[in-house]
Write a protein that binds this ligand. Sequence first.
Ligand code: GLC
Ligand code: GLC
Length: 641
Amino acid sequence: MDIKADESLSKLLPRLEAYCKSLKQVNWSELKLRIEDEFPTLFHYLYSLYGNHYDFFYYLEEILKTAIDANSNRPADLKELDHKRIKNPHWYKSHKHVGAVGYADLFADDIKSLEDRIPYLKELSVTYFHLMPFFDCPNGENDGGYAVTDYRTVREDLGNMSDLTSFAKMLRKENISLCADFVFNHTSDEHRWAKKAKEGDQRFQKFYYMFDDRAMPDQYDANLREIFPDVRRGNFTWVEEAGKWVWTTFHNYQWDLNYQNPDLFNHILGEMLFMANAGVEIFRLDAIAFTGKELGTTSENRPQAHCLVRALNALTNIAAPAVVFKSEAIVHPDFVNSYISEEECELSYNPLLMALMWEALATREVKLLRHSMEKRFAILEGTAWVNYVRGHDDIGWTFSDEDAAEIGINGYDHRKFLNRFYTGEFPGSFANGEPFQFNPDTGDMRVSGMASALTGMEIGLQNDDQHEINLSIKRMTLMYAVSMFIGGIPLVYLGDELALLNDHSYKQDPSKKGDSRWVHRVKLNENTLARRKESGTVENRMFSNIKALIDIRVSNHVFEAAETHFHNTGNPHLFAFTRENPEQKVLFIGNFSEHEISLESDFICDIFGSGHTLKDLWSGKDFQIHHHLSIDPYQIIILTV
Ligand code: GLC
Ligand code: GLC
């Protein structure tokens, strides 16, 4: 393979050089070095994907030209950023990074008015802002923007491309990186490629998986999961205009793209690099697990998906080296970790940590959380987790059944319990969530709801129960604390820092009422925002806690380059880990129950040795090791020497 790569490269370079001469603003000597660096990798993955196409060499050249075109159109300040990031490739590992995620029309009104929210982001020390989908999409149902009609046009009510590029530029000036979704598993059925396919254009029909009859769909369906069983059974949708079945993993109007076709690959690369040139620095690779399809398999987490993303990664290293990828794989934890590497996705959501913090909160026991983190938290050196408590999607119980069985938990029954707990059906539950996508055949279900509603705030407010309200704030603070200190970039789901509640108004909107995830996509209003400054309000208490956690994170170097070790305190309710580098060591303890706990001091002495005065970074108090330590309900302790 390497010999072939060398031969191809030597044939290609003069052709690419000639092409570059026809373009403006290309620094050929610089690009040539990057192409030479990336070529063995790129060739390997493209060859794995498309080596059996008679016109492979043609596409190889076209794909590289797409990268060169993009680089020639890349604005000067982004090229400067490229150089900065090449010198500091692991920039995202810094403890100074804090992420936040929000919708343009919920966190503000549109993209322009987001500019006025930058001071608020600065107040929270945000350095990474994920702007939820903002591209053109169908009116009415559009899966919250995850059905993209045009990757180069902003949804009309949110503004236009120039609003986006100037917002991205403003963020950059403030050292905030813009993250955006790259929805590349599917387009909407209104995308120009889909429209052409409907009209019968064969070139564009090959951009999707289209079939004349049920023969192939039935064979595929035999092994596929159903992601939105409420919407439709099976994974294919009949397209009347074309007289064909099309693969639709998600909604009927989200058509899966066919990456077996190098023509499509080349087109999607162009769309991605266009977004990079508009100022997107972090691409959230949406539904990455579904992008490789293969008959006779589940068509999830296939080798082709990895080849595809690795090829795209090599191409961004050529055209827009500042860019990094974040994996959105909400799947079995073995597979989540398989996407994470510097050659593939430098960043990844940590859905296991997310789900298991909720699990621990419901059971008041940390054994599954600790056991799973011990096994699975460590990832490769140059990569980082993105840790979150809530997001715009449902909570899926994606822990490993094998991990659970090892500590005597039956995964199927446990998920049933968790669903009942978080939808408030389980007696004594503090949660007020809504069911999402119940599958009657498998019994599978997920849960929607804002963090505050799932931690007891809604019920506390209904009953005017101050104690329950206090507990809810403590529960949210505890989970956010874990996400800040465990290692990786924490991501604040905007609204959580103000304890925003569920919004049930989606039930009145015909385009939303079938999708309970809208219950936790909540509009921020100015009054709520102002209340963060009014002492004693729920908003003020939650905001102060989140801000205090962030301050501790960004001012302690140990949260940067430090290993994480998990510890068994001997008490079932306490989650404990240390972070350690040659200069500093920190012990985090969080009580996942409403019980007051007495912890023997031996545990702490084993970690720090005896005779030290320790400091609790959270309470700010000095701390002597007595014979035992008393820990309040849901209390967090962050000890250091
Ligand atoms: C991702 C998004 C989710 C969407 C799905 C289909 O998982 O997070 O909101 O429904 O992809 O695009
Ligand atoms: C499934 C998918 C994930 C998607 C989610 C939406 O969990 O794996 O990609 O975001 O469904 O509910």
